[in-house]
Design a protein around this ligand. Structure first.
Ligand code: HEM
Ligand code: HEM
Length: 129
């Protein structure tokens, strides 16, 4: 599968999960998970969609290794972050226990953005000229 399409499938899956959680919050009048909901939709759905669009429009044959590494790092980071936030805001585990997971997940998400920046800067398609 092309990486733009892989990103699209991930993005839409986060949309389903995030909107499902939003509907649950609205229906139950329990908004404790709004931070989890926000990051599922913004980091999961929106950021994955943006990365997919970047692949489609601007990246021409980036090194396959770095492109796959970027995808894996971003998706593992978002999944770990959203799981950690869900456990934290659901009161299933303490901040002290979850902080290492959330810290590593945040750095993974940041690394995903850095790798995407590097691929865009080194891609020839749509160069500035
Ligand atoms: C089925 C669709 C959705 C439902 C039912 C829904 C429901 C909710 C609910 C109940 C809250 C908590 C509000 C509060 O406590 O103040 C919330 C917050 C939020 N939602 Fe959604 N939402 C939906 C879709 C989306 C989408 C598509 C996005 C972004 C792409 C989004 C982004 C956010 C953000 C960023 C917050 C946090 C806002 C804040 O804390 O001020 N939501 N949503
Ligand atoms: C490394 C990535 C990120 C980390 C570590 C992070 C961390 C945080 C933290 C600690 C909060 C405050 C939560 C609270 O109120 O207790 C927050 C809130 C928020 N973040 Fe992020 N964030 C990240 C990425 C993003 C991105 C990429 C977006 C948007 C595209 C985003 C949108 C938001 C929004 C809308 C809120 C307010 C949510 C609410 O109050 O419900 N975050 N984030």
């Amino acid at each position: 599968m092309q990486l733009d399409r892989t990103y699209l499938v991930w993005a839409l899956s986060y949309a389903v999960g995030g909107m499902g959680l939003g509907i649950y919050m609205a229906a139950s009048h329990q908004h404790e998970q709004h931070v989890t909901h926000a990051h599922l939709l913004l980091l999961g759905f929106v950021a994955s969609l943006v990365y997919g669009v970047i692949h489609k429009l601007w990246l021409q044959g980036p090194g396959h290794g770095i492109a796959v590494a970027q995808l894996v790092v971003h998706q593992l980071g978002v999944l770990a972050m959203c799981m950690g936030l869900f456990l934290l805001y659901g009161g299933f585990a303490s901040g002290a226990v979850l902080e290492p997971l959330l810290g590593v997940a945040s750095i993974a998400v940041l690394l995903g953005a850095v790798l995407m920046l590097r691929m865009v800067l080194t891609s020839r398609r749509g160069a500035w000229a």
